[in-house]
Design a binder for this molecule. Structure first.
Ligand SMILES: [Zn+2]
Length: 342
């Protein structure tokens, strides 16, 4: 099991970054940030660290692709003790993969709760030669400041919820792999991942209303999903047919929609295929104000149908309900139509 050593969740916990690093015994820090957070978060973090005598280097990035990883790797000072990903999902993923490649520990400081990469050992990087996540190490520490995350656009939080609701079908897919193929199934990791979906589904109304505790609920659920992947040592409890569908949309070259939004749509479809209560999934996504139809994020009907058909081929070793059902085009169309995704 590969798990984070320290996790801080709460309002204003960013202020504890200095003592957090002190406790871990690190002095030279390389921070990867994204373009949107510079003003609000970079300055305070810089002040906190320089006051305490840390040496800080920065890499500012726009996207998480292999070129970016090379750029960050090239700018790392040889004396660097630890890397920090300070920003949205892409920034955290880029820091995570660079840290892994250069054998450095890293800390995740998410500024939004848009997907479970903020806490998991998986990094999603463009141009890596495959459309799904790369396994790296779990973060050594996570600082989830609810004041910062609560200020992020509401759409990012809704996307994080879509990623979490996807654990319902991911776990079902893992179960059917056990029954159809006799493969290993980790009950504990599966239950933990499922729990994170249950929290979001149970709290969907409050999340949609933006109640005070709802950001904390989503952040804690994302942390628990990341930990579930760390326990399983694979993305299996967190990523099944609904993720394959989302990845199939990505390789179509579609820039429509956020990761968790596409996963949410995939979950509706795959829940129906699994014969579980897909209407309940739709209801939760609606309450959260996440998309439930392709057109909500500009995806045409034919792309949805094509993605359902392509999903199975994305990752041939990952057996899911799509492998069991082997849908043809009319069946894929009727699945999308009957769930109102198209
Ligand atoms: Zn995901």
């Amino acid at each position: 099991m590969d798990l984070p050593k320290r996790i801080l969740v709460g309002n204003g916990v960013i202020k504890e970054l200095g003592s957090f690093l002190d406790n871990l015994g690190y002095q030279v820090v390389h921070i990867v940030t994204g373009p949107h957070i510079i003003k609000k978060v970079k300055k305070p973090v810089e002040t906190i660290l320089t006051k305490k005598g840390f040496k800080v280097n920065w890499s500012e990035i726009n996207i998480a692709d292999m070129k970016t990883i090379q750029y960050i790797t090239g700018s790392i000072n040889q004396k660097t003790d630890i890397m920090i990903g300070l920003g949205g999902g892409k920034t955290v993923d880029a820091a995570k993969l660079t840290a892994f490649n250069t054998n450095l520990p890293y800390i995740s400081i998410p500024t939004s709760a848009s997907h479970d990469g903020i806490s998991s050992p998986f990094a999603s990087i463009k141009g890596s030669g495959r459309p799904y996540s790369i396994i790296t190490n779990s973060p050594l520490g996570i600082i989830a400041d609810l004041d910062i995350i609560g200020n992020a656009p509401i759409r990012l939080l809704a996307s994080g919820c879509g990623d979490l609701i996807g654990k319902v079908t991911a776990v079902k897919d893992w179960e059917i792999e056990r029954s159809d193929k006799g493969s290993y199934f980790g009950k504990y990791a599966a239950s933990l991942a499922h729990l994170s979906a249950d929290i979001v589904i149970g709290e969907a109304k409050n999340i949609g209303l933006g109640t005070k505790d709802s950001v904390r609920d989503v952040v804690e659920a994302l942390l628990s999903a990341g930990v579930a992947a760390g326990i399983a040592g694979s993305s299996r409890p967190c990523s099944g047919s609904e993720h394959l569908f989302a990845h199939a949309l990505d390789i179509q070259g579609s820039n429509n929609g956020l990761h968790g939004e596409k996963v949410g749509l995939g979950t509706i479809l795959m829940a129906k295929l699994h014969g579980i209560n897909w209407e309940n999934i739709v209801k939760a996504l609606e309450d959260i104000h996440a998309p439930t139809k392709g057109k909500d994020i500009g995806l045409e009907d034919k792309r949805i149908v094509k993605a359902i058909l392509q999903a199975k081929k994305i990752r041939p070793n990952r057996y899911t309900i799509l492998g069991r059902k082997n849908l043809d085009e009319p069946a894929a169309f009727s699945l999308a139509r009957s769930t109102n995704v198209i």
